[in-house]
Design a protein around this ligand. Structure first.
Ligand code: NAD
Length: 254
């Protein structure tokens, strides 16, 4: 129960990695707000987590819309009285070759995956600063933000921007006792991967990943517990790759 009495907000928590992180944090005793553009999904995910005995709330948010983000943070504080942990996770996938990337697709990806993450992080950080007792912000980046992957012009650029934003936030928010770090998942078995990865893509990934398998959302949840707990209090501005070695491997022959 390392997170007992903490309040955690998880954006995009109705399913996938966000829901798995929420489940892990609830297991450690945190009260949970699930915020998602899928309002019914957010409510039913929150109801499921309430069965484990923690307090929960499910609310609708569009992270790309500033008034909606401000309403979300206000809703969390009204319900729980405070906000201690942000999991900045909401995002959309994207896999379009550079030359075919349309401006509207580029703008949509950047507006949700980078601008949305910025809006949520800023509103939550302001709340934590006002509370005056520190906090934890974990941005969910991606291996795609570190490497030049096919079809990842918009998605990868957004995630690369998020990694840099994390570093800036970690520098500026240190004086308030707020830890800001990234988790960069590799290939994780969620709806996002199921939609984007055909059989050829899957075998290519499995060739490139030293552990020769996709990760599970629960494995991201386990990493998040560390970054949300007091044990990581001196970890600042760091990107924790959770990727089966994908990010560190060179070309593998034989
Ligand atoms: P997912 O599609 O299963 O879940 C994403 C959630 O975000 C959904 O519940 C969706 O409704 C919500 N969402 C989308 N747009 C939103 C918006 N504008 N406002 C609020 N909520 C919104 O995806 P996932 O695989 O669980 O991915 C979660 C995060 O992890 C994303 O940021 C993604 O980029 C990142 N990631 C995923 C993988 C992977 O392999 N699955 C790898 C690296 C990084």
């Amino acid at each position: 129960m390392r997170l007992k009495d903490k309040t955690a907000l998880i954006t995009g928590g109705a399913r996938g990695i966000g829901f798995a992180i929420a489940t892990s944090l609830a297991r450690e005793g945190a009260n949970i707000c699930i915020a998602d553009i899928n309002a019914d999904g957010a409510k039913s995910a929150a109801a499921k987590l309430a069965e484990s005995g923690v307090r929960t709330l499910g609310i609708e948010v569009n992270v790309a819309d500033q008034p909606s983000v401000q309403a979300m943070v206000g809703g969390v504080v009204r319900h729980f009285g405070k906000l201690d942990i942000l999991i900045n996770n909401a995002g959309i996938g994207g896999n379009t070759p550079f030359l075919q990337t349309k401006l509207e697709d580029w703008n949509r990806t950047i507006s949700i995956n980078l601008t949305g993450a910025f809006l949520v992080a800023q509103a939550c950080a302001q709340q934590m600063v006002d509370q005056g007792h520190g906090g934890k912000i974990i941005n969910i980046a991606s291996l795609s933000g570190q490497r030049g992957g096919n079809g990842r012009a918009a998605y990868g650029s957004a995630k690369a921007g998020l990694e840099l934003l994390t570093k800036v936030m970690s520098v500026e928010l240190s004086e308030y006792g707020i830890n800001v770090n990234n988790i960069a998942p590799g290939a994780i078995e969620t709806e996002m991967a199921a939609t984007a990865h055909d059989a050829a893509t899957r075998s290519a990934y499995n060739y490139l990943i030293p552990m020769v398998r996709y990760g599970s959302p629960e494995e991201i949840g386990d990493a998040a517990i560390f970054l949300c707990s007091d044990e990581s209090r001196y970890v600042q501005g760091h990107t924790l790759n959770v990727d089966g070695g994908f990010g560190t491997a060179g070309l593998m022959f034989g």
